[in-house]
Structure formats: structure tokens, C-alpha cells
Design a protein around this ligand. Structure first.
Ligand SMILES: CC(C)NC(=O)[C@H](Cc1c[nH]c2ccccc12)NC(=O)[C@H](CCCC/N=C(/NCCC(=O)O)S[C@H]1O[C@H](COP(=O)(O)OP(=O)(O)OC[C@H]2O[C@@H](n3cnc4c(N)ncnc43)[C@H](O)[C@@H]2O)[C@@H](O)[C@H]1O)NC(=O)OCc1ccccc1
Ligand SMILES: [Zn+2]
Length: 285
């Protein structure tokens, strides 16, 4: 049986391994307490569109206006959100322990805004605030975490309070038809005038090869004492594979999630059921 909800046992384990190497794999649940919907939760469906289907190059090619409104909405939500105590606890751990590497699947920039040292954070799936040219032959990349909206045509995505409190925001209200945005009014590349796209990794797209290489180098530098699996269903690959990669290098798994599947954990592993924003600060105090 894994060790469930036993903070003193976890503290004892952490103190007996003061200089050990620690890995973390984080997902949408890490940012849930910041008010951002998870994929499995409310965020899974956007205007009756399956979010994972919108997060594809095919969807962008078919209707760049729709996909841009989807990302502009998430970008606006992320701008309005604040890092929560879980983001801050992981950032503090990174400052205390040089041998801690945090892998996040989140694109919301909240770990960065919590001051997580960039050298100890890897954004596996990119960032909502990075823009890239959609033209594969153009290398234009830019970062913009201020403009909101990014362009006037995306202004509907920057509305937070619905005019009529009894109705959902028009943008997420599937009953309210979406304004069609001509591609000419969407973010354009200053170098080649092609469409710009969100700097995230879409389904069916490879993750950044150099990034994957760096992570394997870190994994192979020596034994790992524990991998925190925070607020993720670990269903998306190759990110989900890091749990096994760490366990294969001796790491105990420490799941922090509102739902813990005990049957997936070994007798040495830890499970903590609850909100990451409450549990992580206590686990890492
Ligand atoms: C759906 C899945 C089966 N599909 C994949 O994995 C695919 C295909 C695939 C590749 N290999 C495979 C092997 C097997 C099966 C399928 C595949 N992978 C890919 O396409 C990857 C690219 C994957 C990256 C996609 N981009 C994202 N994000 C960016 C965009 C965007 O965000 O819009 S993925 C995105 O979804 C995932 C969501 O998962 P979670 O973060 O875990 O969130 P979720 O909502 O699911 O769960 C929340 C959890 O939190 C918990 N929770 C909730 N509240 C709290 C709380 N308060 N506290 C704590 N916990 C909480 C809940 O209980 C729950 O457990 C994250 O990874 C997130 O980044 N690319 C690729 O493989 O390229 C190579 C290739 C290329 C060509 C051809 C072949 C191969
Ligand atoms: Zn370009």
C-alpha cells in the first residue's frame, strides 16, 4: 500500500535525503487554485469544442480565427490570474535545492511569475505568451505578455465580466455565434506577413528536441530521490513518461492531486489527496 496523506512520513523522508536530486512533473491542477480551468475539468470544453481538438495545427489551418479566440481567451485568463502558494512553494524549493528540476505542461506562465528560477524550470508544451510564425520556413518568434488584446480583432477574448450576469461570457457561450475574424486581422508575422500562432506545442507536434535532450542529460546525471507529480492526469505523452523515467532511476513517486489512483503507486510511494495550493507549501515547509 502506498503512503497516503502522511506529511510527517514525507518530511522524514525529505530530511534523510537533504542533497538528493528531485524532479517534478506538473499539470493543469497546479494552476487550478489560481482560477484557471483544467483540461479534464471545465477547461476541457470550450464552446462545445474539445480543447484537445482545438490545440492542433489542423484546427488552426481550418479556422485560425476560432483557434486564436480560444488562445486569446486563455491568455487573458492567465494574465488576470496570479501564481498560487503551490507555484511559490516549487519556486522556493528550486532556490533552496539546486538539484531540483521542475517540468511543467502548463503554458500559463504562472510558475515563471512566481519567480521560479528559469534554469530549473522546463516548459514542455510552450507558453501562451510566445508567438511564432506559422510559416515553417520563417524563424520569427516573439514574446508578448503585456498586450491584451494582442490585436483589436481579439478584443472579445479580453472581456472578463459578462454584461448580463445571468448569462455566461458571450465568448464561451456556445449559443452566441462567434464573430468571424478575417485572417488579415489576426496576429501577423513582421518578417514574412504570414499568420502568427501561439508558441505552444499542439497535439501531433514534436516537443522541442533540444529541451528533451537537456532533460535526459539531467535524468542521467545520477539517482533521483523523488518525483512530485502535481495536478496532472499524466495522460499526455511524452510528458507522462517522465514519471516512469524517474522511478527507473530510483525515485519515489509523490502524487499531489485532488484524486489519487492508489493502485498506480508502489509501497514506497506517497499520495496526497487535495488542493496542490494547500498541500505543496505544507509538504515543502
Ligand atoms: C491525449 C494523449 C493520449 N495524446 C498524446 O499524448 C499525443 C499523442 C501521442 C504521442 N505519443 C503517444 C503515446 C501514447 C498515446 C498517445 C500518444 N501527444 C502528442 O501529440 C505530443 C504533444 C502533446 C502536447 C500537446 N499540448 C498540450 N498543451 C499545449 C497546448 C495547449 O495547452 O493548448 S497538452 C495539454 O493537455 C494536458 C492536460 O493534462 P493535465 O495538465 O494533466 O490536465 P488535466 O486537466 O488532464 O488533469 C488535471 C489534473 O489535475 C487534478 N486537479 C484538479 N484540480 C486540482 C487541484 N486544485 N490540486 C491538485 N490537483 C488538481 C485533476 O484531478 C487531474 O488529475 C497537458 O499536457 C497540457 O499541456 N506530441 C507528440 O507526441 O509528437 C510526436 C509525434 C508527432 C507526430 C506524430 C506522432 C508523434
Ligand atoms: Zn514569418
Amino acid at each position: 500500500m502506498p503512503i497516503i496523506n502522511d506529511i510527517p512520513a514525507f518530511h522524514a523522508f525529505l530530511t534523510t535525503n537533504p542533497n538528493s536530486r528531485i524532479l517534478a512533473l506538473c499539470g493543469a491542477g497546479l494552476s487550478a487554485a489560481s482560477g484557471l480551468p483544467t483540461f479534464r475539468g471545465a477547461g476541457g470544453l470550450w464552446r462545445n469544442h474539445d480543447a484537445t481538438r482545438l490545440a492542433t495545427p489542423e484546427a488552426f489551418r481550418a479556422d485560425p480565427g476560432l483557434v486564436w479566440l480560444f488562445y486569446a481567451y486563455r491568455r487573458h485568463m492567465a494574465l488576470e490570474a496570479k501564481p498560487n502558494p503551490a507555484h511559490h512553494a516549487l519556486a522556493a524549493l528550486a532556490r533552496q535545492r539546486r538539484k531540483f528540476l521542475c517540468l511543467t505542461q502548463n503554458v500559463d506562465n504562472l510558475s515563471q511569475r512566481a519567480g521560479h528560477p528559469p534554469s530549473q524550470l522546463r516548459t514542455l508544451h510552450g507558453n501562451l505568451f510566445t508567438l511564432k510564425c506559422f510559416n515553417r520556413r520563417c524563424s520569427h518568434v516573439e514574446h508578448n505578455n503585456t498586450a491584451d488584446p494582442l490585436v483589436p480583432s481579439l478584443a472579445p477574448a479580453s472581456v472578463t465580466t459578462p454584461a448580463d450576469a445571468t448569462r455566461p461570457l458571450p465568448l464561451v457561450d456556445a449559443d452566441v455565434p462567434l464573430v468571424h475574424i478575417p485572417a488579415s486581422e489576426l496576429p501577423r508575422c513582421p518578417q514574412c506577413a504570414s499568420l502568427l500562432r501561439p508558441g505552444v506545442v499542439w497535439f501531433g507536434e514534436q516537443l522541442d528536441g533540444a529541451l528533451l535532450g537537456e532533460i535526459y542529460e539531467w535524468l542521467d546525471e545520477g539517482p533521483i530521490s523523488v518525483i512530485f507529480v502535481v495536478g496532472t492526469g499524466a495522460q499526455v505523452w511524452p510528458a507522462a513518461g517522465y514519471v516512469q523515467e524517474a522511478a527507473a532511476r530510483g525515485a519515489r513517486v509523490c502524487v499531489v492531486n485532488t484524486e489519487v489512483a492508489e493502485e498506480t503507486l508502489g509501497p514506497e510511494d506517497f499520495g496526497f489527496v487535495g488542493d496542490a495550493a494547500v498541500l505543496l507549501p505544507r509538504l515543502l515547509e
